[in-house]
Design a protein around this ligand. Sequence first.
Ligand SMILES: NC(=O)c1ccc[n+]([C@@H]2O[C@H](COP(=O)([O-])OP(=O)(O)OC[C@H]3O[C@@H](n4cnc5c(N)ncnc54)[C@H](OP(=O)(O)O)[C@@H]3O)[C@@H](O)[C@H]2O)c1
Length: 292
Amino acid sequence: MKIMLIGANGQLGSDLAKVLHARGHDLVPLTHADIEVTDQASIEAALDAHHPDLVMNMAAFHKVDLCEDKVEQTFAVNTFGVRQLALACRARDAALLHMSSDYVFGGEQTRNTPYIETDTPAPINAYGVSKLAGEQFVRYVLEQYYIFRVTGLYGVAGSSGKGGNFVELMLRLAREGKDIRVVDDQRMTPTYTVDLAHQIAAVVETGQYGLYHATSQGDCTWYEFAAEIFRQSELSPNLDRAKTGDFGERATRPAYSVLENKALQQLGLDQMRPWQQALAGYLQERKSLYKE
Ligand SMILES: NC(=O)c1ccc[n+]([C@@H]2O[C@H](COP(=O)([O-])OP(=O)(O)OC[C@H]3O[C@@H](n4cnc5c(N)ncnc54)[C@H](OP(=O)(O)O)[C@@H]3O)[C@@H](O)[C@H]2O)c1
């Protein structure tokens, strides 16, 4: 199977590229310089040059606060670009794997049980609406698709769209001796991109198309995640709880967006670790990279 990976140098994309290569897949890794998902001609040229059996789309506009102000750009990348990709794949009988987000949920204010794939989405910000609409295009244009909804990604490449990752931000602030305040009223599941890359590869290797939730096991608030980063790193900065809105954010964020990997469980494919173990894996990887 030949796989064309869009966004191959992004946070998840770079780990996917390594994992797919290591698992022996025939991979065409494309960066933003190679393909522009908002440009139909660019999409078609890439597909016609490489003839993939499967296209994996990591491209996104996902600075959640900026999405509120730049709605057209948000939809151009996350929705209409995805539709163009889906149409181009259908015309060439290629499958499409697309990444979505926990932020397609959030509208249920009193929710405290994990969302499964069959729950009705109710996004509460422009980013979430654009990702949900992107999903919907994939689902009605194509029969051969994988959609993965994921949360709170962190990997050594850092999110190129957001500039770094949460773990590195926390470690830097602690090392600079800063007082740190982190929101304690948004519950989600941090997810290590190496684990996610292996999970995605395992699903693709079965050929079981569909919609999947794929996060580490368990859940926490961002404050609890920060506390665990410092505990495992043996750092003790001044860490305080903050509330959503304390930093004047433009976008509303879900108070609860925990996903259950129900579809993966049903197929016997859920191999994600508890989030604390995954964090330990990440800290180990960065230690060997940065020789810390
Ligand atoms: N990060 C999270 O916490 C999180 C949570 C839930 C869901 N997700 C979803 O997971 C996916 C991967 O996230 P990530 O953190 O790995 O993202 P990322 O690091 O920002 O990577 C995105 C990649 O796509 C490329 N790209 C951006 N716009 C493009 C365009 N218009 N045309 C072609 N390529 C483009 C980027 O290149 P340049 O940087 O050079 O533009 C980069 O290589 C996204 O779909 C995101 O919505 C992420």
